[in-house]
Design a binder for this molecule. Structure first.
Ligand code: ATP
Length: 555
């Protein structure tokens, strides 16, 4: 006999199946009706082929329409038909017949677009107006438009004296309806640089203005971070700094070379190198191109420079450190004095600072609008500030905060000391860029050349022909003369407690024994810091494309 419970559950299952079938049929019918309705609306829309989602624009635009980039739009385009491809932002509906939006490209180049219903050719339907203003912000669109002069300048856009009267609008790549970070937020100053996951929301809900986000949110929304005009401007300035560095040096006979990033020994010593497995052995990431620059000099290249990544395995979670940064390095033969090296480095940095001031005025203004800062003060030509380390310490003792009243001439400066000194130098010499020379041997690596002619400092400590350069109170460069005599070099290696037979050091020393190496010197500049401190940014992380910190390896 059949189990009554089983009979009931079979009946229930059948009932459920029938219900599901009915619901599926209902849904299918609804979908068919919706599709038919959509088709009908498009079919009876005389502007149907003038707008919509399209994978490409082949055959869509008028033959006489000219492709134009927003920065190139000018008076000569008035009354002409143009095609513009850009990101869409800030749409608003004026009425059922009219809508406005902005098109943006190339950093902060924006232009106003107007879509207005028209029964005359070219026909723009109300449905088209509604569709266009409904496009999700940050979608990539291509429009065909007539260029017109607006009734009054469009203050919200960079192109103020022209506007686009849209007759065709296609979405080539659609953004989602909810962005991870809007452009307005992305272009606000970053409120928190901590790399740790923020425990609470980083937005400031009680502020009337656009909320700001943390660096973490920015990096999690990397495309929007990069689209922000401020980041675009920083990236453009960074490119210009590299160009200026390269051109100044090439004009003075320097030749570019590429040092390796992968090295077989933690050559400069210290625990700050990244180790990685290498075919059953161990390799390291170079923490500077120092030895390789010197090998180029030993190899007869006379004057060299390199631009490339430098890796530091330092757990420094500060606004001035990254675990990977870009080094701008030079090395050159010395004819008479190490000051030749100091002068080239000072020259290249002044050339960079003056060059970006001239070439990047718009980009600098874009950055300052988000991160306001005092103008970067440069010394008058011929009035460059070069202090010896002992003079700098004296200045700090005499004119700095009382906590630094006892700083010594034979001990390296701490970061707070550097900052305080920068304030004193700015008020006394009216510059944010200066050189501190003749560092004590205690504060320099073994390859730094000791100045045998100078008096000792502190407790009989000798000084070196080595210097640091500063921008807005912070170090941006370390350089100086290197030891080129192998006997002297070995003695200094030993004096610093390093084994001259250790891996990397042995091979380094061997180069100086293998040939006669001329007197030489050079320096290493941190590109990220040059950009960040010139612009007065709150963190060097903002100047890097993809900052690498102890807590962050992505994106
Ligand atoms: P700091 O004392 O500030 O940590 P450093 O003395 O280790 O710097 P150097 O080894 O002399 O610096 O490197 C040369 C230049 O490289 C510095 O003047 C700076 O501009 C840049 N630099 C050094 N370390 C970093 C870092 N971790 N992140 C970004 N830039 C750096």
């Amino acid at each position: 006999m059949e189990d009554p419970a089983a009979t009931t559950s079979k009946k229930a299952a059948k009932k459920a199946e029938a219900k599901a079938k009915k619901e599926a049929q209902k849904a299918e019918r609804a979908a068919q009706l919706a599709a038919a309705a959509a088709k009908a609306t498009l079919e009876d829309d005389p502007a149907a082929d003038r707008y919509g989602d399209r994978p490409s624009t082949t055959g869509l635009f008028s033959d006489d329409a000219e492709e134009v980039e927003i920065p190139s739009l000018d008076e000569s385009h008035i009354d002409k038909t143009v095609i513009v491809r850009a990101w869409l932002q800030n749409s608003r509906v004026q009425s059922a017949k009219m809508g406005f939006f902005e098109l943006r490209k190339s950093g902060n180049w924006s232009v106003q677009g107007i879509v207005m219903a028209s029964e005359q050719e070219p026909i723009v339907s109300r449905r088209m107006v509604k569709w266009v203003v409904g496009i999700n912000p940050e979608s990539f669109v291509a429009v065909e438009a007539k260029v017109k002069r607006p009734l009054e300048p469009i203050k919200a856009c960079r192109v103020q004296g022209l506007e686009l009267h849209i007759t065709k609008c296609y979405v080539l790549a659609s953004a989602p309806s909810m962005l991870g970070m809007t452009l307005a937020v992305a272009n606000q100053p970053i409120v928190n640089f901590s790399d740790e996951k923020a425990p609470v929301s980083d937005v400031q809900p009680d502020k009337a203005t656009v909320p700001a986000a943390s660096m973490l949110t920015h990096l999690d929304n990397i495309a929007m971070h990069k689209r922000s005009p401020v980041q675009q401007a920083i990236a453009d300035i960074r490119i210009e700094v590299k160009k200026l560095f390269r051109s100044y040096l090439e004009d003075r006979g320097f030749k570019e070379f590429e040092p390796p990033c992968l090295i077989g020994a933690a050559s400069e010593g210290g625990g700050n190198v990244f180790r990685l497995p290498y075919f059953g052995e161990e390799a390291f990431l170079a923490q500077s191109p120092q030895f390789y620059k010197q090998f180029e000099i030993a190899g007869g290249r006379e004057r060299v420079f390199s631009i490339g990544p430098v890796f530091r395995a330092e757990n420094s979670n500060t606004a001035r450190h990254m675990t990977e940064f870009t080094g701008l390095d030079i090395e050159m033969e010395i004819k008479q004095s190490y000051t030749e090296v100091r002068d080239v480095l000072e020259g290249v940095l002044l050339h960079i600072f003056r060059g970006i001031q001239d070439r990047c005025a718009d980009a600098i203004a874009t950055v300052k609008a988000v991160y306001p800062s005092e103008p970067f003060l440069l010394p008058e030509p011929g009035k460059e500030v070069r202090l010896t380390f002992a003079e700098a310490q004296k200045l700090l003792r005499e004119e700095g905060p009382s906590e630094f009243a006892n700083v010594r001439d034979d001990e390296d400066m701490s970061t707070p000391q550097e900052k305080a000194l920068g304030e004193v130098v700015r008020s006394k010499f009216n510059t944010d860029f200066y050189v501190i020379d003749k560092f004590p041997e205690t504060a320099r690596p073994f390859y730094a050349k000791i100045d045998d002619t100078a008096a000792t400092v502190g407790d009989g400590v000798r000084v070196t022909n080595a210097f640091d350069f500063f921008a807005r109170n912070q170090e941006i460069l370390s350089g100086g003369q290197r030891i080129n005599d192998p006997v002297e070099l070995e003695a200094r290696i030993r004096a610093k407690g390093v084994d001259p037979e250790s891996a990397g050091i042995k091979e380094y020393l061997a180069v100086f024994r293998s040939v006669g190496v001329p007197a030489h010197g050079g320096g290493g500049i941190g590109l990220d810091r040059v950009v960040a401190w010139y612009l007065g940014l709150p963190s060097v992380h903002l100047a890097a494309y993809y900052p690498r910190t102890p807590k962050r390896l992505s994106p």
